[in-house]
Design a protein. Structure first.
Length: 423
């Protein structure tokens, strides 16, 4: 045998008689650019590893990256980066129609080119999933609406761009949504009973809260104020009005704090006006220079019980926040509790303690001692002297005294406000 032959997709010389160049067509069997697709398999430019069948086609650049014969008019959702699209409005509790018909959500795109949401996947907190099966193109800065039912006269007056039918169901008080493509999460939102909620009102993201980090916190959302359709409130497919008082950002993460940045400043471990299981609480103060989000903070008692803050709780520099057994002011002694621990913790009336931790770092701890050095009165909070507000000083019982002013149902304390000086 003499001349060129192709073996295993590679042109080789058989014995002798071969010139220095490969014969015409031999390179078609080779993946010259290493993109995984050879010319014989459809690679329309085997000298460019960004061009092959299945590649993401960047729209409007005059290049056919996916070798389908056209330059696409919109970017596939698979080509979108995290932070370029996010969930911006959710109607999870419609008023005039059944929730199985009137639920909807809105997504927004900040990509610099049009985006096609076909093949995007939405999942709810129950693990149910729905895939956008048709082309839904969203222009830069624009929105798309996905809903449970297609007919506006039956779904409360919404015209969804795609319909999930009975594939999803949005919880009214608590649930979660993920926007995914393949195995990548592009955005996620999880709401709890502490988030804004009222029947017939959509949960609307403040327009200043752009992006997938800003929309994680309840302070960035509010109840929609614009009426639509059959008595609902929301702006499906339109720009959201600003939320009154929305922050758009929750602050630095708690796991970036140093020892002493958070200090326990008041403890009600033995209420009298209400039962312990409802009325126990403690106050902590942010001594750092930054606005801090306490989501992820772990609170331990001396029995090894743990309460983790699972919702966003922003606290300004120098400000105080209260955590308690219950957030219901009607039963907890009329205390404004930012996050409740329920039955997770129980503060001992005699000897016990509290430890604040984040990512394994102890930020502060206080341990009281049955009245040996710490206050120990029924219906009276232990109050840290404001002149001794530090993670060192609050270790000492002598830095604490019995609270003086009354609050709520008649117990003594100053939850969430400045402590009076100790006598």
């Amino acid at each position: 045998m003499r001349g060129w032959m192709v073996a295993g997709g590679v042109a080789v010389c058989a014995m002798s008689g071969c010139s220095g160049a490969q014969p015409p067509g031999a390179s078609d069997a080779i993946d010259a650019d290493g993109d995984g697709v050879a010319a014989l398999s459809g690679d329309c430019d085997d000298n460019n590893d960004a061009i092959f069948p299945g590649a993401v086609d960047w729209p409007g650049d005059g290049v056919d990256q996916d070798c389908d014969g056209d330059d696409d008019v919109a970017l596939s959702i698979r080509g979108v980066s995290e932070g370029e699209v996010w969930i911006s409005e959710v109607m999870r509790d419609p008023l005039q129609v059944s929730g199985t018909l009137g639920e909807w959500l809105e997504v927004r795109s900040a990509a610099e080119v049009p985006v096609d949401f076909q093949d995007a996947v939405l999942t709810d907190g129950s693990g149910d999933a729905w895939t956008v099966a048709q082309s839904v193109v969203v222009e830069p800065g624009g929105t798309a609406v996905f809903g449970a039912w297609p007919e506006p006269e039956e779904n409360g007056g919404v015209e969804p761009d795609a319909v999930w039918g009975d594939a999803l169901g949005l919880g009214n008080q608590s649930d979660a949504l993920q926007l995914r493509v393949d195995e990548r999460v592009l955005d996620a939102v999880e709401w709890t009973p502490l988030w804004p909620a009222e029947e017939g009102y959509a949960l609307a993201l403040d327009p200043s809260a752009q992006g997938v980090t800003a929309n994680d916190v309840p302070e960035a959302w509010c109840l929609a104020s614009t009426a639509y359709g059959e008595g609902g409130f929301g702006t499906p497919g339109q720009d959201n009005p600003p939320c009154a008082g929305a922050t758009g950002t929750s602050g630095v993460p708690v796991d970036t704090l140093q020892v002493g940045d958070l200090v326990i400043t008041e403890v009600m471990n033995n209420p009298d006006a209400v039962p312990d299981e409802d009325g126990e609480w403690f106050e902590l103060r942010n001594l750092s220079a930054d606005r801090v989000d306490l989501m992820g903070l772990e609170v331990w008692d001396d029995d090894g019980n743990r309460f983790t803050v699972v919702t966003s709780v922003p606290v300004e520099p120098g400000a105080a926040v209260v955590f308690g057994a219950s957030s219901d002011r009607a039963v907890n002694g009329d205390v404004d509790v930012a996050a409740e621990w329920g039955a997770t913790l129980g503060l001992g009336n005699g000897a016990d303690g509290l430890t604040l931790m984040a990512s394994g770092v102890v930020l502060d701890e206080v341990h009281w001692d049955e009245g040996a050095t710490f206050p120990n009165a029924v219906g009276v909070a232990m109050s840290l002297d404001p002149a001794l507000t530090s993670a060192v000083d609050n270790d000492l019982g002598s830095s604490w005294c019995e609270a003086q002013g009354s609050y709520g149902s008649g117990d003594l304390g100053s939850p969430g406000t400045e402590n009076p000086a100790c006598p």
